[in-house]
Design a protein around this ligand. Structure first.
Ligand code: PBG
Length: 335
């Protein structure tokens, strides 16, 4: 033994030499990043053979359902077990009716993916913003010179959306709206229609964030007036995230999510430590685009920095990572 001197219970660290060999590092690594933890977001819109590049997110496309199947097949073959669908509405109205249409874009794509890739977990994002003419995540009541979100009216629509996803075959519904009480409303709606086994992943601690900019381009879901600060969280708050998560767990969430990821890893860690619950982190559009933009200029090493940032999310306590880089990561991690 090198460290013969033992003071109290612990060896004297001053005498300890740190040996680090590749084999030892592999044997003792505390955190593992593997494709099995990843969920790939896919934007889908009506049509066939569509693969529209999203300008602000190089490598990300708006797919027609047939092309979404092709992309999901590649990701699945590389080891990514799940995708999450975001629909781009054909028509928008103040009731977000496109969101719960049984022949809507998400419902159609879910059915096709389930038929073509039965082992793939198909997650569906439950929100109204993509389908609302005003682009907000809830029902809006407008009065002279002002507007407000109607929380409880929104719950009815959100439940209807989640139910339509479950009917289409969604394997996990993920409400991202941040209305109060939506997890229990959705749980109740699913249970009463025989979908007790469809789990809920709630966007529990979702911050109002500039990192969503490229997503709103991709999904055509920017609010037409105002912003989302009345229902998304202030980035300076941390205890509030724990209250939001506690609430969603009490209401029946099976997985809780923190979003965005990179700038909120302290929140991921607090949530994991406090609740010991399945925890997801969403590496959002702006995080992806920043790395893409810098690596296109040759300023950072895309592969190394993508692996490092996602490893950091796992180290912070994320069991699951939703990331636009899922397919690339899966291929890199295999290699
Ligand atoms: C919809 C929703 C958003 C994201 C996921 N679901 C946008 C928003 O809240 O404006 C953002 C995802 C991303 O930026 O990658 N409510």
């Amino acid at each position: 033994m090198q460290h013969a001197a033992v003071s109290g219970r612990y060896p004297d660290l001053r005498l300890r030499r740190v040996r680090s060999t590749p084999a030892l590092r592999a044997l003792t690594a505390e955190t593992e990043l593997s494709p099995r933890h990843l969920i790939l977001p896919l934007f889908v819109r009506k049509g066939t053979k569509l693969r529209e590049p999203v300008a602000s997110m190089p490598g990300v496309f708006r797919f027609s359902p047939d092309e979404a199947v092709r992309e999901a097949t590649l990701a699945f073959a590389a080891g990514v077990p799940a995708v999450i669908l975001f629909g781009i509405a054909e028509k928008k109205d103040p009731e977000a009716s496109g969101a719960y249409d049984s022949n809507g874009i998400v419902q159609e794509t879910v059915r096709l993916l389930r038929a073509e890739i039965p082992e793939l977990l198909v997650v569906t994002d439950v929100c109204l913003c993509e389908y609302m003419s005003h682009g907000h995540c809830g029902v809006v009541e407008k009065a002279a010179g002002s507007a407000r979100i109607l929380n409880d009216a929104s719950l009815k629509l959100l439940s209807r959306v989640a139910l339509s996803h479950a009917e289409a075959g969604s394997g996990l519904v993920a409400p991202s709206d941040m209305m109060d009480g939506r997890v229990s409303a959705i749980r109740g709606a699913l249970d009463s229609e025989g979908f007790e086994d469809v789990p809920i992943m709630s966007y529990a601690a979702k911050y109002a964030s500039a990192f969503y900019g490229p997503f709103r381009d991709a999904a055509e879901s920017s609010p037409q007036f105002g912003d989302r600060r009345s229902y998304q969280m202030y980035s300076g708050n941390s205890d509030e995230a724990l209250r939001e998560v506690a609430q969603d767990i009490a209401e029946g969430a099976d997985i809780v999510m923190v979003k965005p990821a990179l700038a909120y890893l302290d929140i991921v860690r607090r949530v994991k430590d406090q609740f010991r619950y399945p925890t997801a982190a969403y590496a959002v559009s702006g995080e992806y685009s920043m790395i893409k933009a810098a690596s296109e200029r040759g300023w950072v090493d895309e592969r190394a920095i993508t692996i490092e940032t996602h490893l950091a999310m796992r180290r912070a306590g994320a069991d699951i990572i939703l990331t636009y880089a899922a397919k690339d990561l899966a291929v890199w991690l295999k290699g």
